[in-house]
Design a protein around this ligand. Structure first.
Ligand SMILES: Cc1ncc(COP(=O)(O)O)c(C=O)c1O
Length: 446
């Protein structure tokens, strides 16, 4: 198992050929199968003697892989798709081969330095000071939780005590992971009614937190996932500054928009954030899984998250950047490296152009919807989400629509709800998606 034999060489060629074909070829769409059907087709895969690499790879490529939906298919417009660059995927393979421990400077200095270059670039886009820093975690859920833990820790230190219950304020359109983080932390959420477009506004937040001493942080979305709308960040920053509240910005999905000159103004005020997240596996063209987590004052994060144990003493005694110290984890894959390699390869201008390309296909789709009598755009897209209704459709019609599209291999979409109504939602992050991918999806609603 651990020696490199002729058999390993053969397997290496087969696995690398599989990966190369997947990267070079047309992206499959496919779809799930029931567990019983997978069991029937795959047979017993975990055995005493092992199947051998060739057979295991056959089961994967012929049975299991086709039971997955590739998020980088240009017709994948459900949830939040992914669209990793070629360089980011290739380098992910290299990282997998390297057994790098990304938790400490001692073990992972080169990797952590490269990740920190990416974080510094993001901090620059936001307008955070050069002293800002953080770490890559597995996803937005982990990022939001880690940031809020720091926010609460900082509030407790500053206030010199704890209220009976802590509270975090956010719009009712905030991502479910924030509510989940609050549950994990056993804190309450002050759910603030968003405006008509789904935005957290200065006035609504100010009224909601007035006199609430137990609120320690506000989470603003940039942007909220369902409708792709950015909160009033400057207004939220004002309320936070006045109330001494931690200002966290969830840019897991929409943070990439910071790169796009055409929408940069939507993010005004973000430079005042105490913490920020963006998921490279969403709109920053990196493979799963990765979330960039940044703090204005990383020393606060270290105090909240550093783990103390005798066998770690020599790490903690060194004044070095131990990446693990900045989130709720210890062992970590250096999961910022695919983005670093890709940025280093292509340059940031290519990223700016790719984000703008996604915004362009989003706007083109909105135009196309406006041209069709049976469809109604619910609002002008701000980022890369289009919400619209098919006049006269019931919940069942939307359900049948997406199933039809997946079965036909045209695309993968999902309906959502907007002000209590079942509606259609398309989310773009793939610059390879064109109007030719979108039209058949809209045609299927005619
Ligand atoms: C705005 C926002 N925040 C947080 C998350 C959670 O991120 P993850 O799925 O990477 O945990 C998502 C996921 O879609 C999101 O869109």
């Amino acid at each position: 198992m651990h020696r490199y034999t002729d058999e390993t060489e053969e397997l290496a060629r087969a696995v690398l050929a599989y990966a190369r074909d997947r990267i070079a070829g047309e992206v499959p769409l496919d779809g799930p199968l029931p567990a019983e059907e997978l069991a029937r087709q795959a047979g017993v895969t975990i055995t005493h003697e092992g199947l051998g690499g060739e057979e295991a790879l056959r089961v994967w490529s012929e049975v299991l892989a086709p039971a997955t939906i590739s998020t980088d298919h240009p017709g994948f417009l459900a949830f939040v798709p992914g669209a990793p660059t070629k360089a980011s995927v290739l380098f992910d393979l290299a990282i997998s081969a390297s057994s790098i421990y990304g938790g400490s400077w001692l073990e992972g200095a080169g990797a952590v330095w490269a990740e920190n270059q990416v974080l510094a670039w993001l901090a620059g886009l936001i307008g955070m000071p050069e002293t800002a820093g953080g770490v890559f975690v597995s996803g937005g859920t982990a990022g939001n939780l880690s940031a809020l833990v720091v926010a609460r820790h900082a509030a407790a230190e500053r206030r010199g005590g704890r209220p009976e219950r802590w509270q975090v304020a956010a719009a009712d359109t905030v991502h479910s992971s924030v509510v989940s983080a609050a549950r994990v932390m056993d804190v309450d959420v002050v759910s603030v009614a968003a405006d008509e477009r789904g935005r957290l506004t200065h006035e609504a937040l100010r009224d909601a937190v007035a006199g609430a001493d137990s609120v320690f942080a506000v989470v603003a979305s940039a942007g909220a996932t369902n409708a792709g709308i950015v909160d009033d960040l400057a207004g939220v920053a004002d309320v936070c500054a006045r109330g001494g509240l931690w200002f966290h910005v969830d840019g897991a999905y929409g943070g990439a928009g910071l790169l796009a000159p055409s929408i940069r103004h939507l993010y005004d005020g973000i430079e005042r954030a105490d913490s920020f997240i963006a998921d490279p596996h969403k709109w920053l063209f990196a493979p799963f899984d990765s979330c960039a987590l940044l703090y204005r004052d990383p020393a606060l994060a270290r105090t909240a998250h550093v783990q103390q144990a005798s066998y770690l003493d020599s790490l903690n005694a060194r004044a070095e950047w131990n990446a693990s110290d900045y989130a709720h984890h210890l062992t970590r894959r250096a999961r910022g490296l695919p983005l670093w390699f890709s940025l280093a390869t292509y340059g940031t201008d290519a990223y700016r152009d790719a984000v703008e390309a996604v915004l362009a296909i989003t706007r083109e789709t909105a135009e196309e919807i406006r041209r069709r009598d049976e469809l109604e755009l619910l609002m002008e897209p701000e980022l890369s989400v289009v919400l619209y209704r098919r006049l006269g459709w019931s919940d069942d019609d939307y359900e049948a629509w997406w199933r039809r599209l997946l079965e036909a291999g045209i695309g993968f979409v999902q309906p959502t709800s907007w002000h209590g109504e079942r509606v259609a939602r398309l989310c773009f992050v793939n610059p390879q998606t064109t109007i030719e991918n979108v039209r058949p999806i809209l045609d299927a609603m005619a």
